[in-house]
Design a protein around this ligand. Structure first.
Ligand code: 5RP
Length: 221
């Protein structure tokens, strides 16, 4: 099975969580793209609208005729479906490989149930092999770079990339994250940081992994 097949299998399993006529939260990335396509294929008459975490996902949803609404219009959501770059056994995630971490974190916070979909390569013992994305206000970039070095990381500016919010991303290499909740708080407190791509204070509730033997569902251990 290719990685794309595994992602699509995980996305297909997440369709089971979609209630008819509901407004759902939709994340960003190649796995979520499968989810959006499957949503359109299987649920056309049943999804009334979606709250999207990026311009890219909004465009894909609209291209399938799915209405995209502002989170402010709907308040709370029952369900959020999104991918991840890494997950540990506690379902603490690294996200933001696609640069949409801030809006993803907002939609996750507004949602009752967060279903994370991924191929099985994303499950790790210790978070951090995937560089941790941090969205920053551009004028604070160097200040934040110095602070992130203090905590043991090596930040690299994501070249030629501007987030949907008009900010920059520092990808922090070289971290081994043993206390994700604590590190999330610590990085959030650096002045000029908009969002850190650690989803530990609000982890996923369910992780669906596509693998060679089909899909597996995980809850936090
Ligand atoms: C985007 C994300 C994605 O969910 C993450 O990068 C995983 O992407 P993919 O499904 O393409 O592997 O956080 O900001």
């Amino acid at each position: 099975m290719t990685a794309e097949d595994k992602k699509r299998a995980a996305a297909e399993a997440a369709i089971d969580y979609v209630k008819p006529d509901s407004i759902i939260g939709v994340g960003t990335g190649s796995t979520v793209n499968h989810f959006i396509d499957l949503l359109a294929e299987k649920m056309t008459d049943h999804v009334s609208a979606a709250v999207s975490s990026s311009e890219a996902s909004s465009n894909r949803l609209r291209s399938h005729g799915i209405k995209v609404v502002d989170l402010n219009e709907v308040g709370k959501l029952d369900l959020y479906v999104d991918g991840a770059d890494e997950s540990n056994q506690q379902l603490h995630l690294i996200k933001g490989g696609g640069g949409a971490l801030t809006r993803e974190k907002i939609v996750a916070a507004a949602s009752e149930l967060f279903v994370c979909i991924a191929d099985d390569s994303k499950l790790v013992d210790t978070l951090g092999a995937f560089p941790l994305p941090v969205e920053v206000i551009p004028m604070a970039r160097e200040l934040i770079t110095a602070e992130l070095r203090e905590i043991g990381g090596e930040p690299h500016l994501r070249q030629g990339f501007v987030t949907d919010n008009g900010n920059q991303i520092l990808d922090v290499h070289g971290l081994q994250i043993h206390d994700a909740i604590e590190l999330e708080s610590c990085i959030n407190q650096i002045v000029g940081v908009v969002c850190v791509g650690l989803f530990a204070q609000r982890p996923a509730d369910v992780l669906i992994l596509g693998g060679d033997d089909g899909v597996s569902r995980h809850s936090a251990k």
